[in-house]
Design a protein around this ligand. Structure first.
Ligand SMILES: N[C@@H](CCC(=O)N[C@@H](CS)C(=O)NCC(=O)O)C(=O)O
Length: 228
């Protein structure tokens, strides 16, 4: 039986762009688990009310409901140990650092480049909620948050230096093979890739080259994902 994933979608149901849902998509694919993804929009509150909270990803796995991408990864590792996502307890502890860094630094950093672009792809029913919730978060209009983004690119790219330094010594963040650490960062980068046409990375950046390798994993689910 397939695992069901409630997955953030745009007005176009095939446009899937959540940084957290992509982490889960890659983790499921890594384990070779079949998944049925259900498009979810910010206004579909009732569709995930059964989970007792209001954010995606949410999965249903054989009657068990799990939400939060990190908790889902832990659940998958426990239920389906091979192939491993973390490579043991130490790898899991290190992946938790990557997850926290991605949430605290990368997601906020990327948001300032694409948050206005998201208005162009989300469902019109989500517009008022999205604008008011995000403007309250940033304390500015979406247009003001995104303004001058070209001038901020160098500072953003500098944030990725730790990733570059790791990739200089090894092919994957997981070492010799991809692990959930790769899914966290590559899943987060699926967000700007799918939701916006603004290019955050230069083609010759080692991070872009590694991203290309992740896009081709698991039958190319990342590469073939619909883009804005
Ligand atoms: N910590 C959660 C974050 C999930 C999250 O923020 N999801 C966003 C979509 S990318 C969401 O569902 N937002 C609903 C809202 O803002 O109302 C995770 O890792 O899964």
């Amino acid at each position: 039986m397939s695992i069901v994933l409630h997955d953030l979608a745009g007005a176009d149901p095939d446009l899937r762009f959540s940084p957290y849902c992509w982490r889960t998509r890659f983790a499921l694919a890594h384990k070779g688990l079949p998944v049925e993804t259900l498009p979810w929009r910010f206004s579909d509150r009732e569709a995930i009310a059964f989970s007792g909270q209001g954010k995606v990803p949410v999965i249903r796995d054989d009657g068990k409901v799990v939400f939060d991408s990190w908790t889902i990864a832990e659940h998958l590792e426990e239920q389906y140990p091979a192939p491993t996502l973390f490579g043991g307890a130490t790898g899991r502890a290190h992946a938790l650092f990557v997850n926290s860094w991605a949430d605290a630094v990368l997601v906020g950093g990327i948001a300032r480049f694409i948050v206005r672009d998201l208005m162009d792809i989300i469902d019109p029913a989500d517009h008022a909620y999205f604008r008011s919730s995000r403007e309250a978060r940033f304390g500015q209009s979406l247009e003001a948050v995104q303004a001058g983004r070209e001038d901020r690119l160098t500072a953003f790219r500098d944030l990725l230096l730790p990733i570059r330094l790791v990739l200089r010594r090894q092919r994957w963040l997981g070492g010799a093979s991809p692990s959930y650490a790769d899914h966290i960062v590559a899943g987060t980068l699926m967000w700007p890739r799918c939701a916006s046409r603004f290019e955050l990375l230069e083609g010759n950046d080692p991070v872009s080259e590694w991203q290309g390798r992740v896009l081709d994993l698991y039958g190319g689910i990342g590469r073939s994902a619909k883009r804005a």
